[in-house]
Design a protein around this ligand. Structure first.
Ligand code: TPP
Ligand code: MG
Length: 346
């Protein structure tokens, strides 16, 4: 395997790049084990209603991007977004409880798998409406501008979303107003089972940035350090008033669109699947850490801690109560704002 180039490493979050990489591995493993557990619960009919959209294979893009953000920066996910709040640092128990519709869930059991939000870590939410999170991130960056803070906002979305109007509306406004937004497209080559090549004349989503006069960057989405570097640059630019960036991370999801039952990947060429399986982001990061002298036992200890965290999260969710019928209408409407001649107050 070729060794990825050393990361430029500009973070104030970590003192060394190996500290960052170990934390990245921990978060990537959390995502993978969390989703494996979620699939298991779905298959066994143990309390997750409906399907779950699994992001396994895309963890380096998700974690590399979120680690480039500050804790108070904003992040908006999409329908395949169990991993994004985990990468942003959300506690696992309330996320699993949300998947299981329990009252201890991050949305008190009313959102479920496709509507995770945890404002405590800047995770603003997710939506099943493809592309809808993009303008929300633009709005979050605009709110930072109005409030006079230097927070940035990052929107995750898929390649299919890049063909939706809200992608273009969001990029256009963010560019026109030079807002601090990072648009991260997780290009996993498919929208449901439709190959990108069948719906786009160009083979590059990043190319579209030029139309909005913003930088467009393609990055290897399986390479944690590469994603971290590219997104760190984009965050820095946004914070400094340099406006938005479009990042296209080339990645791959190892599962079918959603876990309906039997997985059917027959729409994909076998050699393509093989190529991407050989570039498993968790394995690539593990291999790099080992080649840099980190002990196998240290990596095993991280894996064991994560396994314990997941066991605890599942136990917490399963032991949590269902929401009471009388809570049905709680949390559904915002607290009304009082408007005054000079502005808005609570
Ligand atoms: C506005 C809208 N159109 C269509 C759908 C149905 N749909 C759900 S996911 C999806 C594909 C999205 O593909 P992509 O953006 O590449 O994300 P991925 O699922 O690959 O992560 C579609 C068409 C939807 N949910 N919302
Ligand atoms: Mg896709």
């Amino acid at each position: 395997m070729t060794r990825p180039p050393a990361s430029r490493f500009t973070s104030s979050r970590f003192t060394t790049s190996s500290e960052r990489d170990l934390e990245a591995l921990r978060r990537m493993l959390r995502i993978r084990r969390f989703e494996e557990s979620a699939m298991d619960i779905v298959r066994k009919g143990q309390g997750i209603a409906g399907s779950v959209h699994i992001c396994i294979g895309q963890e380096a893009t998700i974690v590399g991007s979120c680690l480039a953000l500050r804790d108070d920066d904003y992040m908006v996910g999409y329908h395949r977004s169990h991993g994004h709040p985990i990468a942003k640092g959300a506690p696992l128990g309330p996320l699993m409880a949300e998947l299981m519709g329990r009252s201890t869930g991050v949305c008190h059991g009313k959102g479920g798998s496709m509507h995770l939000a945890d404002f405590g870590v800047g995770s603003l939410g997710e939506t099943a409406i493809v592309g809808a999170g993009i303008p929300q991130a633009v709005g979050a960056a605009y709110s930072a501008r109005v409030r006079g803070t230097d927070q940035t906002a990052l929107a995750f979305f898929g390649d299919g979303a890049a063909n939706i109007g809200s992608f273009h509306e969001g990029l256009n406004l963010a560019a026109a107003w030079r807002l601090g937004v990072v648009f991260v497209c997780e290009n996993n080559l498919y929208a449901m089972s439709t190959a990108l090549a069948d719906t786009m004349a160009s083979d590059s989503i990043a190319d579209r940035a030029a139309a909005y006069r913003m930088p467009g960057v393609i990055v290897d989405g399986q390479d944690l350090a590469a994603v971290y570097d590219v997104v760190s640059d984009a965050v820095e630019r946004g914070r400094g008033g340099g406006g938005p960036t479009l990042v296209e991370a080339r990645t791959y999801r190892y599962r079918d669109h959603a876990e309906y039952g039997n997985m059917d990947l027959s729409h994909r060429p076998a050699d393509e699947v093989e190529h991407w399986k050989a570039r498993d982001p968790v394995e690539l990061l593990r291999a790099r850490l080992l080649s840099e002298g980190v002990a196998e036992t240290d990596l095993a200890a991280i894996a064991e801690t994560v396994a314990e965290e997941i066991r605890a999260a599942v136990a917490f969710a399963k032991q949590s109560p269902q929401p009471a019928p009388e809570e049905l209408f709680d949390d559904l409407w915002a607290t009304p704002l009082e408007t005054t001649a000079t502005g808005v107050s609570r």
